[in-house]
Design a protein around this ligand. Structure first.
Ligand code: C2E
Ligand code: CA
Ligand code: CA
Length: 535
């Protein structure tokens, strides 16, 4: 099918809309992937950080166990020297001290009393002689953890481990608070967090991605958290690339659909052109009947596509394509030539028989049809005066004055012009009168309503009256019942077309009908019955 610009736009828009469903799904999937990826990274980071804390605590306990084993009970020179050396050789250690049985500091590795920190609750470790607490220096906002080894004597050795040694600041500081690590006791009490910040501030549970890693050896937990915005920021480059790629894909998809449709359209037009040239487009003839005498007045040519396998395609399936592609001009000429071939002889002998062809709105915006008709019928056995050209009221005529001019030109050649499907368009009666046509064909819609709606009957009466006053013939279309025939007769409509008389017929049947009309009849056979015999 040839697709008009508006249709193309509509189709491309719907293709894009359709494509955005998988796009949305893809975007969701990508989001899920990012979250999975981020959660894996966070997991690895928390696990790594926890391992480091455990390692540092292992180191510190080893140091205090060593000191304890050395029997350093009092703050003598040997003890101080040993503590100093231990702090000096173990970087994570901030200090070592000896405490009395009340937990008060007796001395430390520097010699001076430090006692400058507040302690959290102390948590016992697996090894019951060790307890762990968080320490916070009073004058500087710095944190540490304290590991204390209690001896039977009541005196103990305590090691302070710097937070920097436990939770290094790695790249977390660079990330603007969207991601953090928190080191907690299993009770939930905070030991330290990275990056440093408002400790009370907890991430909104729903908005954050978080992982929790518990130590098997120490009563501590490492919690890694990520806000969704930080997530977006971290993966924004990747997301941009993915979205761009999806858009490009959609673009390709839409372009592909459009090209396929165009190709399809071009293929269909090519196929119709081929069919026309191969003689597959043929005329069928639907008789019009004088309802007073029952005689055939002529026929309307209705196009059929007879496929090589004999299947008949109705015009609704190819006339619109012919109209859109402009093939309709050639198609109409093909039908005219074929009709001359089919009916020429019969029509030459019966000059009163008429033959109607359907025109398309574009046919009467330019003199091409005048030329075509004159060219085809000049010298042909069917006279121009036998022709009726039907212009439909269904589609509005683009230029009324031009239509009027073309209609007048056709009439000058002796052709009659009918307005088809009257009552279905938007033109109204004034439109009809402006066109100056010879015949009006009342649409089937109003004939169907006979016996049901008063309104339609008024329309029929009005059209009959208009026909009478403007000297236009009136033909009733789509007459299907005897009741309709008698109603129309009563109203003075003399000519009808419809299944009650005959359907569209192949040429041979139509010709047989025409000839049957002339056979002398016995008795008073009803016209309808006579026609039905042949049809
Ligand atoms: P149309 O010109 O209004 O043709 C009348 C249509 O009504 C025909 O359908 C005919 O078969 C159908 N018809 C006739 N009597 C009755 C009846 O009593 N009851 C019912 N239900 N239908 C009846 P068809 O042949 O399918 O044609 C449909 C339309 O296709 C035509 O409507 C016409 O607009 C268009 N068409 C057909 N051939 C051509 C052509 O060669 N050129 C152009 N431009 N259009 C054509
Ligand atoms: Ca018609
Ligand atoms: Ca019609």
């Amino acid at each position: 099918m040839k697709i008009s610009g508006r249709w193309t736009t509509a189709l491309v828009v719907s293709a894009v809309l359709l494509a955005s469903v998988p796009l949305f799904a893809l975007d969701r999937a990508f989001q899920a992937y990012i979250e999975g990826e981020a959660s894996d990274r966070l997991d690895a980071q928390a696990t790594g950080a926890l391992k480091l804390v455990e390692h540092r605590l292992d180191q510190a306990s080893k140091v205090i166990r060593g000191l304890a084993a050395a029997q350093l009970e009092s703050c003598g020179a040997r003890a101080l020297e040993a503590m100093r050396l231990a702090v000096f050789t173990h970087t994570p250690l901030k200090g070592l001290s000896l405490l009395d049985d009340q937990g008060r500091e007796l001395c430390n590795h520097i010699g001076e009393m430090l006692d400058a920190y507040a302690l959290s609750e102390e948590y016992p470790l697996h090894d019951k002689s060790l307890v762990l607490a968080a320490a916070r220096f009073r004058d500087i906002d710095e944190r540490a953890v304290r590991l204390r080894f209690e001896r039977a004597s009541g005196r103990s050795i305590a090691a302070l481990i710097a937070i920097d040694a436990l939770l290094p600041d790695f790249d977390l500081e660079k990330i603007n608070g969207g991601r953090r690590l928190r080191l907690l006791f299993t009770s939930g009490e905070l030991i330290a967090m990275r990056p440093n910040g408002d400790e009370s501030h907890s991430f909104d549970e729903g908005a954050a991605l978080s992982v929790r890693k518990s130590s098997e050896r120490y009563p501590i937990v490492m919690v890694g958290e990520f806000t969704r915005e930080a997530l977006g920021q971290e993966f924004s480059g990747l997301q941009l690339i993915a979205r761009g790629a999806m858009l490009v894909l959609i673009g390709f998809g839409a372009g592909f659909i459009w090209m396929a449709m165009r190709r399809n359209g071009q293929d269909a037009v090519a196929e119709l052109r081929r069919a026309m040239r191969a003689g597959e487009i043929i005329p069928y003839y639907q008789p019009t009947v004088d309802m007073q005498t029952g005689r055939v007045r002529g026929a309307e040519v209705l196009a059929r596509w007879r496929k090589p396998d004999g299947a008949l395609v109705p015009p609704a399936n190819f006339i619109p394509l012919a109209e859109q592609s402009g093939l309709i001009f050639e198609l109409t000429r093909v039908l005219m030539l074929k009709a001359i071939e089919d009916l020429g002889e019969s029509y030459r002998d019966r000059p009163r028989l008429r033959l109607a062809f359907n025109l398309f709105a574009d046919h009467i915006t330019g003199s091409r049809i005048v030329k075509d008709v004159n060219g085809i019928f000049a010298g042909a056995p069917i006279q121009l005066s036998q022709l009726i050209l039907e212009v439909t009221e269904r589609a509005p005529l683009p230029d009324l004055d031009e239509a009027r001019r073309v209609i007048a030109l056709l009439q000058t050649s002796g052709v009659k012009v009918a307005i088809d499907d009257v009552g279905t368009g938007h033109g109204g009666l004034s439109y009809l009168m402006k066109l100056g046509v010879d015949i009006i064909k009342i649409d089937k819609m109003f004939i169907d309503a006979i016996g049901t709606e008063r309104y339609s009957q008024t329309i029929i009466e009005t059209l009959v009256e208009l026909g009478r006053s403007m000297k236009m013939e009136v033909i009733a279309e789509g007459v299907e019942t005897f009741e309709q025939v008698s109603y129309l007769q009563q109203k003075g409509v003399t000519e009808g077309q419809g299944y009650v008389f005959a359907p569209p017929l192949p040429a041979s049947s139509y010709l047989a009908l025409v000839e049957a009309m002339e056979r002398p009849k016995t008795g008073t056979a009803q016209p309808v019955e006579a026609l039905a015999d042949v049809a």
